[in-house]
Design a protein. Structure first.
Length: 599
């Protein structure tokens, strides 16, 4: 079905609901002391857990008025210089959905002045009662607040601009917190609960699992998961753990921090380095400004540093960490500073430029670094700009201006660049793709309600927060929306935005893309209460696109597999890994931190 004239597609995932902005400081609600927990696999949590895999969705609040659909009267397209939605046929057609329902790709943060990418009224589709459970990694968040400039200053020991050489010294190991017992202390070997008991023919094995560490009763975040060779690494609360991928034995560490971890690099560098940010205190004024580099292969702690505050409203209360090649970008509310991830040497600052343009968010991947800036906020010329930066120097390679009213909310991919935009005033959304030199390439033209998974962000924009979406050189793979039954994954051409093919989830459970590997789309089929999850592969070339089973997880472990809250998944070396994105703090729940399946 073709798009309507002069309007991006509406409804479906990310469609802002017709609700007014919430009251509160700076035009938005103040964040809770503990960020709302996100949907997982059914584990009860202290934060308001919401409907997910197998759980019926809660009521979405008062009935919503139907939103305009694909054929609604003309609206301007998102890019300057384009007279609408790139020449689509101009005949009205009925909206496909009526009132939009929540998909797990909705923007999940309340609106803040100058912070694009949020839906009026906060979480879409029922407020804080509609988070979905899934098994997809959540990346770090990029802070974005108001419009007053500043900069991130050099890391401790880094180049201060005065010619001093950086010092990438080793940091002393802080003492392990008594509230963070190591999950390696489980007894009974790799399968103490005998989850492999009664394993059926054709089912894979539970290779190993580890209990969640002790955390406060209010719960704690457990961001990120990285598989490096034969080591799986997981952060939780105040520690980073490393386990052997085959048997779950302790590979190194754990590394303990004096305060809770607040951000991590969602990707690792080419030589398997990550950076962890943790709080500088435990009180309400504490900032997410302490950085520590870690070698995933050895557990060795490299350089450490502190992110300094910049100008007013450019605080390090929250930061996003992005990796592009050997460059670490530390993004704050209105600026960013780049460092060499190996040495900690400061490379450059990105701050205010041009007509009051402030860097609001960054996204990294492979050798590309994308910056989104908010320009002229509060003026008649208010708009956003997408730029590609040279990761090593910060030099702008190209700039794409976005029309007023359109907000760059997410990047589904950096290479190739695929972005998701919203227009809160017109309650519309748009998925656009770009060429290597920043020229508009296509937008998605498929009449469908998609549901990739996006993370929760508080006081910040989270460009890298969406998963359940995969991209290769010429195709975008998106899951259709479903919470408790089978769905489809649709392959969409990046050259023209049209559907190439689609594949239905095997069985009766939803399926989400994980990655494209060796010419096949790897996808994860969620478990039910009595059937384990599946890892499947779909050939992306040719005329036959059937999901072939790579791994069938055992039914005896389905309850445990379904309990990972805010689940983070990966497929590596023929093994499937799942870990919690948040730990509940319930000492009696038997909660797991990480689990591995294989043949």
């Amino acid at each position: 079905m073709n798009q309507p004239p002069d309007q991006p597609p509406q409804g479906g995932f990310g469609a802002p609901q017709d609700q007014p902005p919430q009251p509160g400081g700076l035009g938005a609600p103040p964040p809770p002391a503990t960020p709302p927990a996100q949907g997982g696999f059914g584990a009860p949590q202290n934060p308001p857990a919401q409907g997910g895999f197998g759980a019926p969705q809660p009521p979405a609040g008062p009935p919503q008025q139907p939103q305009p659909g694909y054929g609604y009267p003309q609206q301007p397209g998102p890019y300057a210089g384009t007279p609408g939605p790139y020449g689509y046929p101009q005949q009205p057609q009925p909206g496909p959905y009526g009132a939009p329902q929540p998909g797990y790709g909705h923007p999940q943060q309340p609106p803040y002045p100058g912070m694009p990418g949020t839906a009026p009224g906060g979480p879409v589709g029922g407020g804080q009662g509609s988070r979905k459970k899934t098994a997809l990694v959540i990346g770090g968040a990029v802070a974005a607040l108001l419009v007053i400039g500043g900069t991130v200053f050099a890391l401790s020991g880094g180049d201060d601009g005065g010619g001093k050489k950086p010092v990438a010294g080793k940091s002393d190991d802080p003492k392990q917190s008594s509230a963070s017992a190591s999950p390696t202390a489980s007894s009974g070997g790799a399968d103490p609960e005998n989850l492999n008991g009664g394993r059926r023919p054709g089912e894979a094995k539970v290779l190993w699992y580890k209990p969640a560490p002790d955390v406060p009763a209010s719960g704690a975040d457990a961001p990120g998961m990285w598989v490096s060779g034969d080591t799986a690494v997981k952060a939780a609360y105040k520690q980073v753990f490393a386990f052997g991928t085959g048997d779950g034995s302790t590979a190194w560490g754990p590394i303990a921090f004096p305060q809770k971890i607040c951000s991590v690099t969602p990707q690792k560098s080419a030589d398997d380095k990550i950076v962890v940010a943790y709080m500088n205190g435990a009180n309400d004024r504490a900032k997410c400004n302490q950085l520590q580099q870690i070698d995933l292969r050895t557990g060795e702690k490299g350089w450490s540093g502190e992110v300094a505050d910049g100008g007013l409203f450019d605080s390090a209360m929250s930061v996003e960490l992005s990796v592009s090649g050997k460059t670490l970008m530390v993004g704050r509310s209105q600026s960013g500073t780049a460092y060499d991830i190996d040495s900690g040497k400061k490379l450059y600052d990105k701050k205010r430029y041009g007509e009051a343009c402030f860097p609001a968010a960054f996204a990294g991947g492979t050798g590309r670094l994308i910056q989104v800036a908010s320009c002229g906020v509060g003026t008649s010329g208010e708009h956003e700009e997408i730029q590609e930066l040279d990761p090593a120097t910060g030099k702008v390679r190209w700039t794409q201006k976005v029309k007023k009213g359109w907000e760059v909310t997410r990047t589904y991919s950096v290479d190739p660049l695929v972005v998701y935009l919203t227009n809160r005033d017109k309650k519309t959304w748009n998925i656009s793709t770009f060429t290597k030199d920043g020229k508009f390439r296509s937008e998605v033209k498929v009449d469908e309600k998609f549901a990739p998974r996006c993370g929760w962000a508080i006081l910040e924009r989270e460009l890298q927060g969406c998963q359940g979406v995969a991209v290769d050189a010429d195709t975008l793979y998106l899951p259709t929306d479903s919470t408790i039954s089978a769905n489809e994954v649709v392959a969409i051409s990046l050259s023209d935005g049209k559907e190439k093919w689609r594949v239905k989830s095997p069985g009766d459970r939803p399926m989400s893309p994980v990655k494209v590997e060796d010419g096949k789309l790897i996808a994860y089929v969620q478990p039910s209460y009595d059937t384990g999850g599946q890892v499947v592969a779909v050939p992306v070339a040719g005329s036959s696109h059937t999901a072939g089973k790579l791994l069938q997880n055992p039914a005896a472990a389905a309850g445990t597999e379904n309990s990972f809250y805010d689940g983070v998944v990966d497929w590596s070396g023929g093994r499937f890994f799942i870990s919690s994105g948040r730990v509940s703090g319930d000492d009696d729940s038997g909660e797991k931190l990480i689990m591995a399946f294989g043949d």
